[in-house]
Design a protein around this ligand. Sequence first.
Ligand code: BG6
Length: 519
Amino acid sequence: MATAQVSISPEALKASQHSERSPDPCIVVIFGASGDLTKRKLLPALYHLEQAGNLPENFAVVGVARRPLGQTFAEEMKEGIESGGGVDAAEDDLQPFVDRIRYHQMNFDDDKGYAGLKGLLAEMDGQLGTQGNRLFYLATAPEYFSDIIRFLGEHGMAQPEELRPEERTSWVRVVIEKPFGHDLESAKALNDEVNKVFHEDQVFRIDHYLGKETVQNILVFRFANGIFENVWNRNYIDHIEITAAETIGIEGRGPFYEKAGALRDVMQNHVMELLSFVTMEPPVSFEASAVRAEKIKVYRAIKPIHFADTVRGQYGPGIVDGKAVAGYREEDRVHPRSQTETYAALRVEIENWRWAGVPIYLRVGKRMAKRVTEITIQFRQPPLLLFKDTNGKCMEGITSNVISMRIQPDEGIALRFEAKVPGPTMCISPVDMNFNYSEAFGVSSANGYERLLLDAMLGDGTLFSHRDGVEATWALMTPVLEHWAKNPIKDLPNYAAGTWGPTTGDALMEMDGRKWRKL
Ligand code: BG6
């Protein structure tokens, strides 16, 4: 196994952790702050930004939620930051950061609550010098998004206070968590509501996958290297696979997952984002409008998905990591005859000059055999005429070249190629050349939220979804969802927890004479 040698100096590596751009003083206001996301991801990410010197001096966080948490909120967040990793209890003094965390209790549909919030933010501007800049973060259940947006508009909180745009010295932005809608119609309706109140430039639809280093590295790998782009097309590539497999189940999120399912929860957003990065044309620059435009072109070039090219599955009881686990239908607050899919696989094709005729297989699933998100680029088989007469026995298993991009865990990239096995006969065997992120750079990759929160504070939308992109992916998924809803399947559950999904998922590739890569 060969490992990539890195030539970046320790100083340059350290400098890369620090953003050259520094956000303006601001307040991050998190709606739905009593939820898991705030404690486990958002606050640890903000603290890591602070540690790296990437937050402005005048900065504060306000958590907004319905529960009467008061002072205990900041303490709970402190615990979240400590258990979120990257904090050395003996050395780090969290208190100055924790002192900048406030809590505002309100119902999301309560008019008075917004008036109170507006007052609190103005008061904090006076005390902390946050200059009227606001980053509203909607981390609530999706059914509250519309209300919050509308009330922020009605209370004059969606725009900076000054009236004339050229006079504005402060900014207001809104980050909206997924799921953004549950089908095309609802996504369009939500987009309309959002854009009635916020200008599109103020809107940051977040998909945390885009904050992952390995996902951003797809673009660097393709466009900062001269040798790959020439073969990145239908002439050389046989097919592409994207797998996002998880070993966890639904983690107590029964009511959410029952309405979502694997296609809505992971395929429509995370996997489609990965697909766009792998297949898009080089953008003219790394600016938001240029990158988003290329992504949207890819989505629009995907052929409508044949129902025969779709597979769904649901896990039954099984063994995961050596432990017996319940089936989906036995999970808390899940219907005992639920039709919700916990596994989905699709075969899609992009109808453009680069990709026509190259099948792309996508699969996502919960309670699978292994936690792994990987993109596999399988190249065409060379003619091999040269080696056809060599010892048949040791020619077994000749494989095509593969570039695999490991998004998580064990982040990295590997190239599989054939090599001569040492010895007097001409034996050939596949070998892997590996680049492993943490070994090469000696740093573990940050949780995606750090980069995305920083970008949102800086007003950089490159790694966020545009309304057209979200609608384009829903346009692809909605007919599949409608077809599935009308055609329940009888044999659910159809895979045991801890396996690679239903046999129909394997058949999707087998009918093309292919197999999922062993991960
Ligand atoms: C979330 C989904 O968006 O992504 C979860 O709602 C899923 O169901 C999660 O588990 C996966 O994210 P990650 O970063 O753990 O791969």
